[in-house]
Design a protein around this ligand. Structure first.
Ligand code: SF4
Ligand code: SF4
Length: 370
């Protein structure tokens, strides 16, 4: 149910004026764009059903769990008539991206996860936006979501005019790229809706598909999560299939490649939100340094960060793969050996794989010197 329920007489309210003010308040609250849409996601529902039927969601059972609640907002929150979709850019200023990907002894963390967890910040701002609306119209029904419930956030944003679906399945805006967060306010206010973003600007470009290290973009706008490094490093609980380990390179939490190569990413505007600024040098830390963190250090340093959710065991698992892919060095080998007795089969198996890789590289190095 909505936070509060009330019946609104649309005729008695200046809804067009209210929609304009919602946009203005949104800008004042740090959102770069606000759009409004209805709840009809029939086209996207068919797409989701095909994607799930093909098993592309892998272990993400939550994607299939909620039936049609995901694609029918009024089933998730009874009374919902409109969805206010909000975009917030997140890339901090002067952050290296491809340069770090090219430094195999450094860890690459997806740029959305460098700072504090965005969920709290965006939910708070959406609550403030709702407060502004309430001050004007009185009690009304709403619920705020940030990647936290079965919500088709990109589909709703496309319908609300915030961008088109790129071939990499991300939402793209022609003047902003795709490095942004989305949040939603489900509401019972019959606000006027915005035109959907119907034009698609990918054209003949195929760079995201070509650049994907694991070939996870199996068709235009179709990502097979089971091959995607974001899924493998964040969602997957067990062993990372060996077939993808080398392709992971130094990506230890998420992957941005299909966005970084996108020509529209050059239009990204830097975010000055303090919460999104990198903590603990996570934008350029050495793999060895992160691998040396104790569990206590991991918990302390990832407090309030999206990274915390994978837990220490998967943190070590991902870093072990990164170290296996790093250039050979005594320091790397010693760091891996120090974890050989770590009390987790999952970690030990990845450490052994990484040591084998390091040993091969050492052998090749000696052969070239001889
Ligand atoms: S996030 Fe990385 S692995 Fe996943 S589809 Fe994009 S480029 Fe491929
Ligand atoms: S890289 Fe090219 S094809 Fe892929 S999303 Fe960007 S514009 Fe579209």
């Amino acid at each position: 149910m909505m936070t509060r329920q009330s019946v609104h007489d649309g005729d008695a309210l200046d809804l067009t004026g209210l929609a304009e003010r919602i946009r203005q308040w949104g800008r004042e609250l740090g959102f770069q764009q606000i759009g409004i849409t209805d709840t009809d996601l029939a086209t996207h529902e068919r797409y989701l059903e095909r994607w799930l039927a093909a098993g592309h969601h892998g272990e993400m059972a939550f994607m299939a769990k909620h039936g049609s609640k995901r694609t029918r907002p009024e089933e998730l929150v009874p009374g919902t008539l409109r969805v206010i979709s909000a975009r917030m850019d997140y890339l901090p200023p002067e952050i290296e991206t491809t340069k770090v990907l090219g430094q195999a002894d450094k860890a690459y963390v997806s740029r959305y996860a460098l700072g504090r967890d965005y969920h709290k910040l965006i939910r708070k701002r959406l609550a403030t936006l709702a407060k502004h609306i309430e001050n004007e119209v009185g009690s009304f029904g709403y619920r705020a979501f940030v990647d936290s419930a079965p919500v088709m956030e990109r589909a709703l944003a496309q319908k609300a005019g915030l961008g088109w679906f790129g071939k990499n399945s991300m939402l793209l805006h022609p003047q902003a790229g795709s490095l942004f967060f989305l949040g939603e306010l489900y509401t019972d206010l019959p606000l006027p809706v915005d035109a959907p973003f119907d034009s698609e600007h990918c054209g003949k470009c195929n760079q995201c598909r070509t650049a994907c290290p694991t070939g996870a973009i199996i068709d235009d706008k179709v990502v097979d999560s089971r091959r995607c490094i974001s899924y493998l490093t964040i969602e997957l609980h067990g062993s990372i299939p060996e077939a993808y380990r080398e392709a992971m390179g130094n990506r230890i939490y998420g992957c941005d490649d299909c966005q970084l190569v996108c020509p529209f990413t050059r239009f990204t505007r830097a975010s000055h939100e303090e919460d999104f600024a990198p903590r603990h040098d996570l934008d350029r830390a050495a793999l060895v340094r992160l691998f040396a963190w104790s569990e206590e250090e991991f918990l302390l340093r990832t407090e309030g960060s999206a990274i915390r959710r994978i837990g220490y065991e998967r943190w070590l698992r991902n870093l072990a793969v990164g170290l296996g892919n790093a250039p050979w060095s005594e320091t790397v080998e010693a760091a891996l050996r120090a974890r050989l007795a770590y009390p987790s089969d999952l970690v030990r198996e990845h450490v052994r794989w990484a040591l084998d890789r390091q040993s091969d590289k050492r052998g090749r190095l000696i052969a070239t010197i001889d």
